[in-house]
Design a binder for this molecule. Sequence first.
Ligand code: 2DT
Length: 212
Amino acid sequence: SGPIDNPRGALVVLEGLDRSGKTSQASGLLSYLERLGLSAELWRFPDRNTCVGQMISSYLTNKSHLDDQTIHLLFSANRWEKRSLMESKLKSGTTLIVDRYSYSGVAFSSAKGLDIEWCKGPERGLLAPDLVVYLNIPPEKASERGGYGGEKYEQLEFQRKVAQHYEILHDATWKIVDACLPMEDVAKQLQELVLDCVTKCQEGKPLSNLWS
Ligand code: 2DT
């Protein structure tokens, strides 16, 4: 069976600082794809529903302490434990809109001082996204939006460092969307990017692995 009678779904990743609008835009995208009659699901990392995810959650809510390397590897393990399900969903034609992925993993850990190449190591061999959209917002603007919760990384000073590390990490394939625009405008741009990506995947663009 060829790509036409068995089209695969697209792996779409949204990245950005806290309060950049990723989560609302992701659910907007899901309804958009569903309105078009496409099969799609919303995923997020960390996935706090697994055992590993619960360890991550207790770290983020300051209920447990882990050193930087350990939590880095748990975030990565949390993606690895979902890899095969991710692959089978994509191959069966479901598009996945994923709120954060390996780029958050590397940006947040390297912002704490870990070596970037070391951080990328455990991510190699995970599925490579077909599209990475970065919702770009200055850290100061994001913090003015309010609603930083009490979680570990939700402080302006640290978000500034994360922004710098996203900057180092991003490559020419990322699509940068100005997250300071009105929500509807951001949504419009996202819809175009995602539809274009879904079409390419339906036409047979192969799945590949990250950073390998
Ligand atoms: P949410 O607020 O989006 O639930 O994220 N993080 C996330 C990492 O440090 N490494 C990772 O691999 C991932 C996916 C970003 C919770 C926080 O966890 C950070 C914010």
